[in-house]
Ligand binder design. Structure first.
Ligand code: ADP
Ligand code: MG
Ligand code: ZN
Length: 509
């Protein structure tokens, strides 16, 4: 982007709430059901059918407010947003307007540089700062309101060139999260969305499934001369359903607006749609065609009112959020930021890590257990992660925390080697047997009988006089060759540190 202009972006995100049933009726919200099988008088908008609010949906929306630092309102109001479209049979959407549930709030957006796997502290051993550290920027949230989803138009349905309407989605509960226009680039907007999705998924508020449309975004984009504060004319980008498209659409739009202004033309306020095929945005409707929604309070619904006790109860149900989790994994257990990121990629994985740490704490105590955090992280990433099955916010790991703790403790006590620990993990998964019993039965236990190792080492040295001569000439690297030979001869069951010690002693005598 030329230095003279800066981008200004505000996002409106729609997230479906994780409820069994719809916002104003008892119909199921399950995705993928045959069209129009999860419908009733209320959600297809028949005259006279009355809405009854789903309390659980409101509770999830309250938790979203707390998770994002909002002032959750004790009283809020549903309003009718009037417009005509085939996917909105009632002729209005029930939303919130003057009195939304949550006001204010913020999201700390982590902006990453290239990956830093060395982790730990922010400084290198020589005291200089590490490059590319994670930065965070606080983006303020204007409000989060509750509303119902519309039905879904299926264009060109059944190859008949007609549009059919599926009302299964009509009335599914949504929250709309409206940011302040504080994002400054396409990359920041993408990072904001990723972080926001992660918070909602971790708190069990939304399943955040982009492919199924449960997490979608409209992007408002304008540009202005760098250093000025007055907002430029904005364009609203609709119809974006992937992180990549958000970034590309905003990049394209910012460039288009700058080119427009550089050429001396005005940016026109309009709604544009992202066109995947040729990677451009295209005008959908101008300002003249903008809707006048004529909001008014919905006379069929009472004010939403919460007691302080209820709000406190919901606040307490917001779990530790991913950024805090990552900071704790790094600070408390000595994980690298990279490990912490991998292990918080899914709430189920993070929960499993914590369960294993709890097991270790119960067996080894606070101080000792913390030292095994890094080994646990390694084992999870190498041996376990590929075998995990994810379902919703849970993760099915084929080995229990107690078994994992057993394995890590055996390594810590040098009963088995690290290499053996990996094999043992796989065997324990295969057989479903206790790692301890398996280790004994299948001979995973490390040989720590010095005498046996000494005999073997002497034999190997005698068999390889050339290499022995090399070591004596000062080529100490050749010791590695002997370690390898010894380990191989012992089927990996020797303690490598002990082998090293014995080798050095034998070679120097
Ligand atoms: P509306 O409800 O008409 O879409 P709002 O004022 O509620 O308008 O703003 C919607 C979104 O647009 C917000 O996320 C806000 O941050 C963003 N926005 C408003 N003005 C601008 C602008 N000039 N440039 C970029 N984003 C903007
Ligand atoms: Mg808007
Ligand atoms: Zn219904």
């Amino acid at each position: 982007m030329p230095a003279e202009y800066e981008a200004v972006i505000g996002l409106e995100v729609h997230a479906q709430l994780r409820t069994e049933t719809k916002l104003f009726c008892g119909c199921l919200t399950r995705f993928g059901a045959p069209p129009n099988t999860q419908v009733c008088e209320t959600c297809v908008g028949l005259p006279g059918a009355l809405p009854v609010v789903n309390e659980h949906a409101l509770h999830l929306a309250v938790r979203a407010g707390y998770a994002l630092g909002c002032e959750v309102q004790r009283k809020s109001q549903f309003a009718r947003k009037n417009y005509f479209y085939p996917d909105l049979a009632k002729g209005y959407q029930i939303s919130q307007f003057d009195h939304p549930l949550n006001v204010g709030g913020f999201l700390d957006v982590a902006l990453e540089g290239p990956e830093d796997k060395t982790g730990g502290s922010d400084v290198k051993p020589d005291g200089s700062a590490k490059p590319h550290r994670m930065q965070t920027r606080r983006i303020r949230i204007n409000r989060i309101h509750v509303e119902e989803d519309a039905a879904k138009n299926i264009h060109g349905a059944e190859g008949r060139g007609v549009t059919l309407v599926d009302f299964n989605r009509a009335g599914v509960p949504l929250i709309e999260i409206v940011s302040e226009p504080e994002l400054r680039s396409a990359e920041e907007a993408e990072a904001y969305l990723r972080n926001l999705r992660e918070v909602l998924v971790f708190a069990g508020i939304s399943d955040g499934n982009l492919e199924e449309g449960s997490f979608r975004c409209d992007a408002n984009v304008s540009v202005r001369p760098a250093g000025t504060t007055k907002l430029g004319t904005r364009v609203e980008l609709k119809n974006i359903n992937s992180f990549r498209f958000v970034r590309q659409a905003i990049q394209f739009e910012v460039a288009r607006q700058i080119a427009q202004r550089t050429a001396g033309a005005e940016v026109v306020q309009e709604t544009r749609t992202w066109n995947e095929r040729d990677a451009t945005t295209r005008s959908m409707r101008g300002k003249e065609e903008a809707h006048d929604y004529r909001y008014f309070p919905d006379p069929d619904l009472p004010w939403v009112a919460f007691s302080t006790e209820e709000l406190d109860r919901q606040r307490a149900l917001v779990p530790e959020l991913p950024q805090a989790k990552r900071a704790r994994f790094v600070g408390e257990f000595g994980l690298t930021p990279y490990d912490a990121k991998v292990l918080t990629a899914h709430p189920g994985l993070a929960h499993y890590f914590d369960s294993c740490m709890t097991e270790l704490r119960q067996r080894l105590g606070e101080v000792q257990s913390k030292k095994l955090g890094k080994s646990l992280a390694n084992l999870m990433q190498s041996e376990l992660a590929p075998k995990v099955e994810y379902a919703g916010s849970g993760a099915e790991v084929p080995l229990g925390p107690a078994e994992v703790a057993e394995i890590l403790i055996m390594v810590e006590e040098a009963t088995i080697s690290k290499t053996m620990a990996k094999k043992l993990t796989l065997r324990a998964i295969e057989t479903g047997l206790s790692p301890k019993a398996l280790a004994e039965r299948e001979g995973f236990i490390q040989v720590r009988d010095e005498g046996a190792i000494v005999d073997l080492v002497r034999q190997i040295l005698a068999d390889n006089p050339q290499q022995v001569a090399q070591v004596r000439e000062g080529k100490t690297k050749v010791i590695g060759f002997f370690v390898g030979q010894t380990m191989k001869a012992m089927g990996g069951k020797a303690d490598p540190a002990l082998v090293q010690k014995i080798l050095r002693k034998e070679l120097s005598s």
